[in-house]
Design a protein around this ligand. Structure first.
Ligand code: PLP
Length: 400
C-alpha cells in the first residue's frame, strides 16, 4: 500500500542532530573514545525527596484534569513568583508532558507566523513549519525586530508570535533588562505575542540574573519551563506554561486544553505529584538545584574561558550549559582542509579529534557560518579537561 505524507510534515528534513548522534554512537560502539559535547541533557542524580515523592505516587493511576492537578498548578505559581517576582496564580498555570509539547500547542492554537531570533533552539522552526506557519528570522538580540516584522507584513506574511529563549540555547546568553524593555516596546507597538522559553532560568551563572519576560510584558507573554534542566528530569516529561492573567491568557488556555484533551490528555499523574515536591521551595530541594546550577556554571565557564584563551570566539554564557563557539576567523585556513561550513567542521572534529559537537546550521544559522554548540553537561570533569587539549591541538594546526 502506498502512503502519502501530509505535505507540511513531508517538507521537514530528518534532524541532522539525530544522524550525527547515530554516527557518534557507531564510533563509540566500535571502541573509539569520543568527547560528546552533543547532548543537551542535565545528568545529576534525582534529588532524594523528589524520588521519594515519585515512589509514593506510584498508586496515582487515575486520569487527572487536563491542564494539571490543582495542587501542582498552585505550587508552580508560588514557586515562579517567589523566584522571579511575577504575579501568576494557579489559574494561569497549565501542566504538560514536557514544555516542548506546550510550545508546539501554543504555536498550534495561536494564528500567525513565528519570529525567531537566530541562533535558536532546534525544535521551534520545524514545529512552526509542521503547523503550516512561516518563520521570520531576526538578530539574536532582536535589534532588527521592528524592521523585519514590517518587511514581512509588506510581503504578505503574518508575523504574530515572537519566541524568545533566555538563557539561550545554543548560546547560554540572558537577555538584559534593557534589551527586554526595548523588545517589549516593539511588541506592544506591533501587537505581538511573546512565548518566553525559560527552561534554563534556574541554571544561572551569577553574571546577569535571570529576568522573567512576563515581568515587563505580563499582558502578552506566555512563559514556558519545566523539570528537565534545573532538576535533571528530562525523561520524566513534565513542563508548564504560565499564561497572561487576562482575556488573552484565558482564551489561549481554553484552546490549549481543548488540544491537550483531544490528543495527549495530561502529564503522567505520578510525575505531577512528584513535581509538587520539586517546586515546594523546601530547603533541601533548593540546595540541590543550587548545587547543580553551580556545577553547570563552573564547567561551562571553564570551557568558555579556556577556548577563549586559545583564540576561539563565543558569546559569554550567563546560564544553562552551552558554549557556542565560532571558527569564522579561521575560514581561509579551514577551506584548505575542505571545511566549508559548520557541518564539515563538526564532521572533521569528530573524525580527527574525537570531539562531537552540533553544527551551527542546526540552530538556523546560515550554513557557511563556522559555528558549533558545545554542551558541557554530558562529560565527566576529567573528560572535559582532556577534551580541551584536542581543541588546542586543532587550533595549533589552524595557526600554522
Ligand atoms: N526549550 C529549550 C530551549 C530546550 O533546550 C529544551 C530541551 O532541550 C526544551 C525546550 C524542551 O524541554 P522539555 O524537556 O520540557 O520538553
Amino acid at each position: 500500500m502506498k502512503v502519502k505524507i501530509v505535505s507540511q510534515i513531508a517538507q521537514i528534513k530528518p534532524s541532522a542532530a539525530l544522524a550525527f548522534n547515530e554516527k557518534v554512537q557507531t564510533l563509540v560502539f566500535s571502541g573509539k573514545k569520543i568527547y560528546h559535547f552533543g547532548f543537551g541533557e542535565s545528568r545529576f542524580p534525582v534529588q532524594k525527596d523528589i524520588k521519594k515523592a515519585f515512589i509514593k505516587a506510584a498508586d496515582k493511576i487515575s486520569y487527572e484534569p487536563v491542564g494539571g492537578i490543582p495542587v501542582l498548578r498552585e505550587q508552580i505559581a508560588l514557586y515562579w513568583n517567589k523566584k522571579f517576582g511575577t504575579k501568576f496564580t494557579a489559574e494561569n498555570v497549565l501542566i504538560g508532558a514536557g514544555s516542548k509539547i506546550l510550545l508546539h500547542d501554543c504555536l498550534r492554537v495561536i494564528e500567525g507566523d513565528l519570529i525567531l531570533p537566530v541562533p535558536t533552539w532546534v525544535a521551534y522552526a520545524p514545529q512552526a513549519k509542521m503547523l503550516g506557519k512561516k518563520v521570520i528570522y531576526v538578530n539574536s538580540d532582536a535589534s532588527n525586530l521592528e524592521q523585519k516584522v514590517k518587511e514581512a507584513r509588506k510581503n504578505g506574511l503574518k508575523p504574530k508570535i515572537l519566541l524568545l529563549t533566555s538563557p539561550g540555547n545554543p548560546t547560554g546568553v540572558e537577555l538584559s533588562n534593557s534589551q527586554i524593555i526595548q523588545i517589549t516596546k516593539i511588541c506592544r507597538k506591533l501587537n505581538l505575542i511573546v512565548i518566553s522559553d525559560e527552561i534554563y532560568a534556574q541554571i544561572n551563572h551569577g553574571i546577569i540574573s535571570h529576568t522573567c519576560f512576563a515581568k515587563y510584558y505580563s499582558e502578552g507573554t506566555i512563559v514556558t519551563s519545566g523539570l528537565s534542566k534545573a532538576f535533571s528530569l528530562g525523561g520524566w516529561r513534565l513542563g508548564f506554561a504560565l499564561l497572561p492573567n487576562n482575556e488573552l491568557g484565558k482564551t489561549i488556555g481554553k484552546y490549549l486544553k481543548i488540544v491537550a484533551g483531544n490528543s495527549w490528555s495530561m502529564a503522567s499523574a505520578p510525575v505531577q505529584y512528584a513535581a509538587v515536591e520539586a517546586f515546594s521551595l523546601k530547603k533541601d530541594v533548593e540546595k540541590y538545584v543550587a548545587n547543580c546550577a553551580k556545577k553547570h556554571a563552573l564547567r561551562t565557564q571553564k570551557v568558555y574561558q579556556e577556548l577563549k584563551k586559545i583564540g576561539l570566539e563565543a558569546p559569554q554564557p550567563h546560564g544553562g550549559f552551552y558554549v557556542y563557539i565560532s571558527f569564522d576567523k579561521f575560514a581561509k585556513k579551514l577551506l584548505k582542509l575542505r571545511i566549508r561550513n559548520s557541518v564539515d567542521l563538526s564532521n572533521y572534529l569528530l573524525e580527527k579529534y574525537q570531539i562531537a559537537a552540533l553544527p551551527g546550521v542546526e540552530f538556523c544559522e546560515p550554513p557557511q557560518r563556522l559555528t558549533l554548540r558545545l554542551s558541557t553537561s554530558y562529560l565527566s570533569d576529567l573528560d572535559l579537561s582532556k577534551s580541551l587539549s584536542y581543541f588546542r591541538d586543532f587550533l595549533e594546526v589552524l595557526r600554522k
